[in-house]
Design a protein around this ligand. Structure first.
Ligand SMILES: O=C(CO)COP(=O)(O)O
Length: 254
């Protein structure tokens, strides 16, 4: 089964109501490949989820950027998986490096979040990636394998999971991984899945790349065999996000 190209837009902690309306309007007017060819998911901050959900074209979907690790309750400031389900939000991003590093989310905590979100029926974009220090120490594969292991331990149905490889040194830095660097890690992640889950899971799970993806570099990255799409930060707030969605054409003609 072919892996459908996946393009996620992670808006992070950005936007005003007016800006959100403008982005949605740009997306709604865009001519992009059909949803048979590319799956598009945008992830606004929690407070804008209802607005985006109710105004975004129906062939694009919505993701939350996080959710609480267990059932909701007395957890001030948190948003539960149940609430996302209640709002009909199908996706959630978990394990983003900004949360791992700034909020000390451990591999195990991310795994627990993945388990709970999946158990509530959410689909998960699970993020992994090494720091520059780890890359320079030669431990990239070891680091992303350990992160993936903690996630995999909590996944029973991989059809509901997209794995996002986001090298920390490439996020928000303008320093994109070269297509060869991205391919190398995606290949290793797929091999890890092959050896630790099943050949079917390895063959069908989308592994997407994130870190300074833009309209200019997306096609070359998309051309790599194990790059199944993108998780886009900064450029997902701009009209060039449309060009990144169109990178799906590279796969179609491959
Ligand atoms: O963190 C990212 C997406 O989740 C990538 O961010 P940038 O595209 O801004 O580098």
């Amino acid at each position: 089964m072919a892996r459908k190209f996946f393009v996620g837009g992670n808006w992070k902690c950005n936007g005003t109501t007016e800006e959100v309306k403008k982005i949605v309007s740009t997306l709604n007017d865009a001519q992009v490949p059909s949803s048979d060819v590319v799956e598009v998911v945008v992830s606004p901050p929690f407070v804008f989820l209802p607005l985006v959900k109710s105004t975004l074209r129906p062939d694009f979907h919505v993701a939350a950027q996080n959710c609480w690790v267990k059932k909701g309750g007395a957890f001030t400031g948190e948003v539960s998986a149940e609430m996302l389900v209640n709002l009909d939000i199908p996706w959630v991003i978990l394990g983003h490096s900004e949360r791992r590093s700034l909020l000390n989310e451990s591999n195990e905590f991310v795994g627990d979040k993945v388990a709970y979100a999946l158990s509530r029926g959410l689909k998960v974009i699970a993020c992994v990636g090494e720091t520059l220090e780890q890359r320079e120490a030669g431990s990239t594969v070891e680091v992303v394998a350990a992160q993936t292991k903690a996630i995999a331990a909590c996944v029973s149905n991989w059809a509901d999971v997209v794995l996002a490889y986001e090298p920390v040194w490439a996020i928000g830095t303008g320093k994109v991984a070269s297509p060869a660097q991205a391919q190398e890690v995606h290949y290793e992640l797929r091999k890890w899945l092959q050896e630790n889950t099943s050949p079917e899971v390895a063959a069908t799970t989308r592994i997407i790349y994130g870190g300074s993806v833009n309209g200019a570099n997306c096609k070359e990255l998309a051309a790599k065999p194990d790059v199944d799409g993108f998780l886009v930060g900064g450029a997902s707030l701009k009209p060039e996000f449309i060009d990144i969605i169109k990178a799906a054409e590279v796969k179609k003609s491959a």
